[in-house]
Design a protein around this ligand. Structure first.
Ligand code: ADP
Ligand code: MG
Length: 561
């Protein structure tokens, strides 16, 4: 009988492992940065070309490797970080599986130059996992790993790579996550020779300002919690500053960037009813805990972890969040809220509609009467019904539908005096990646420096003073599309929502404007709610008003006065 089972070659085994560990250029960068951090680097530079598919080069000033270690480093299951199985429960390093370099080497053309302090360095050229060239190298302490032609021998993987824009966005995300988790290490990302992200070693708050923005830090609460061996620290976003997804959550467990639904949930519980059920808080949280409380060996990319004593963990995280939120904020908030101005207008029966509109009125509009205005609420009468229209919500809906409609012409207003805005590096990367989509809404934006942009045109409904905030919000939402395919429509909606929400608010609305707004609202696909789901209008029938004046409203007994 012939044998049908055979052992796989090392090359095949490594490629299978690479399938799990290395999804895309961003995962290569993550693994190489983790190695540099484990080697104690103070400065890590990442160079990429062709979105990382052509070239990824990660250089560090860590401890470096001797010649033998350099050879062993690319062998599967070779690691300096653990020796035995029980070491898995006291892992202090980011790596431990000993498979990243072997995996990367099996699916690329790789070179490695490394030197220990005061020693002659080593240079290796590796192809399909085998050393094809070796020699001494002169370099200061540290390691440089160059990965060229990623996936050249795995065409199926290469074919499934996302667009260049999506790849760079993912790389940016990895760099941001790593930089926020290690504020004492300097990071630099250069794409095709140009620096697109550079962080300086300045501590948690300064690093967060660089990457998440001054406004976020100013509005957030500092978290410092110590109990027994548990040490938590971080920045907790203001309850009013939330998001529809968890992209604003940066979580580190024993300095390892992880994703944990349980911890996110515990944080959210800490916010209590301060935030809406459908929203997610923004936070940067470092949890330093005894190593044996965490099982990191559950995911090939080491992104997910299993928690022991989960209940205790969750309650402590919740307690820490409650404590942080009860303390004063990091700095005085920069955003100031003005009280809404409330004023009454004289009844508008008296005002006559302009002549030119007479013939254009819808049948429905003819029966609409504008009775008055209280702040942002308009009172309309339609036969026996009173309609309370929320001017802001209605305009939000009308402008939003106009922006997402394929037929409507988007207007732009060229500025006589263009102005500049400065963004964080993350925001800038998002804006550059999605510039076309933003410009389709009526903006004209030109990049004029690392993270600075010249605003040359804006949509007519937007106020110049709001542009920075609008673009900032757009950048925040654009991060949701990192790693996704076919998002053009969804992206247009998100961007339109950000812009329409800032539609200039008028305090006094003429009779005719109120009618026009109602008319345009009723022509919308979803006239009853603003794009965020808030009602645009409330209908009060004669009966329901009468009901309000009954003494016993539950049973509706008793005749009204
Ligand atoms: P792991 O990180 O899980 O140990 P890797 O395949 O990523 O596995 O790396 C294998 C070994 O190579 C590491 O354990 C480490 O000893 C060495 N190494 C890798 N990168 C570096 C680096 N940048 N500086 C020093 N040593 C490194
Ligand atoms: Mg590693």
């Amino acid at each position: 009988m012939t044998c049908t089972i055979h052992l796989l070659s090392d090359e095949t085994i490594n490629q299978i492992a690479a399938g799990e560990v290395i999804e895309n250029p961003a995962s290569v960068i993550k693994e190489l940065i983790e190695n540099a951090l484990d080697a104690g680097a103070g400065k890590i530079t990442v160079d990429i070309a062709g979105g990382g598919l052509k070239l990824i080069r990660v250089s560090d000033d860590g401890v470096g490797m001797g010649r033998e270690d350099a050879h062993l480093s690319i062998v599967r299951h070779a690691t300096s970080k653990i020796r035995q199985a029980h070491d898995l429960f006291r892992i202090a390093t980011r790596g431990f599986r000993g498979e990243a370099l072997a995996s990367i080497a099996s699916i690329s053309k790789m070179s490695l130059v490394t030197a220990k302090e005061g020693e002659v360095g080593t240079e290796l050229e590796i192809e399909k996992g085998q050393v094809v060239k070796e020699g001494p190298a002169a370099r200061p302490r540290g390691t440089t790993i160059e990965v060229r032609s990623l996936f050249y021998n795995v065409p199926a993987r290469k074919k499934f790579q996302k667009s260049a824009a999506a790849i760079s966005a993912e790389i940016f995300r990895v760099m941001t996550v790593m930089s926020l988790g290690h504020p004492d290490v300097q990071f630099e990302l250069k794409s095709n020779g140009r620096t697109s992200l550079k962080t300086l070693a300045q501590g948690l708050q300064e690093r967060a300002k660089e990457l998440l923005g001054v406004e976020f830090v100013a509005g957030s609460h500092l978290l410092q919690f110590e109990e027994g061996p548990l040490r938590f620290s971080g920045l907790i976003g203001a309850p009013m500053n939330t998001r529809t997804n968890k992209m604003g959550q940066y979580l580190y467990l024993n300095r390892r960037a992880v994703v944990s639904a349980q911890i996110s949930e515990a944080v959210r519980e800490g916010y209590g009813t301060r935030i809406d059920d459908r929203r997610h808080p923004i936070f940067l949280l470092n949890l330093d805990v005894p190593y044996d409380l965490v099982d990191v060996n559950v995911h090939p990319q080491k992104l997910h972890v299993r928690l022991r004593k989960e209940e205790l963990f969750r309650s402590k995280v919740k307690e820490a969040i409650v404590g942080a939120l009860s303390k004063i904020k990091v700095e005085r908030p920069v955003v100031q809220f003005e009280p809404i101005e409330v004023h009454y207008e004289t009844p508008l029966f008296r005002e006559e509609a302009p002549e030119q509109d007479q013939g254009l009125l819808f049948e429905e509009e003819e029966s609409i009467e504008v009775i008055g205005q209280l702040g942002k609420f308009l009172f309309l009468r339609k036969s026996e019904e009173l309609i309370l229209l929320n001017y802001e919500a209605a305009r939000f809906r009308v402008i939003f539908e106009n922006l997402v409609s394929s037929e409507a012409k988007v207007e732009k207003q060229m500025l006589l005096i263009p102005f500049t805005i400065d963004l964080t590096s993350v925001e800038a990367a998002m804006v550059l990646t999605h510039l076309d989509a933003i410009e389709n809404l009526g903006f004209e934006i030109r990049s004029i420096g690392k993270s600075s942009f010249m605003i040359e045109a804006i949509p007519p409904f937007v106020d110049e003073g709001d542009v920075k905030q609008i673009i900032g919000e757009m950048a925040l939402h654009l991060q949701e599309f990192i790693g996704k395919h076919h998002y053009a429509k969804e992206r247009q909606k998100k961007l339109a929502q950000c812009a329409a929400r800032f539609a200039k608010q008028k305090h006094r609305i003429s009779n005719e404007e109120a009618k026009q707004l109602y008319k345009r609202l009723m022509a919308c696909e979803s006239p009853l709610h603003c794009p965020k789901g808030n009602p645009t209008m409330v209908h009060l029938s004669h009966d329901s008003i009468e009901h309000l004046f009954r003494a016993d409203q539950k049973t509706a007994k008793g005749a009204p006065c």
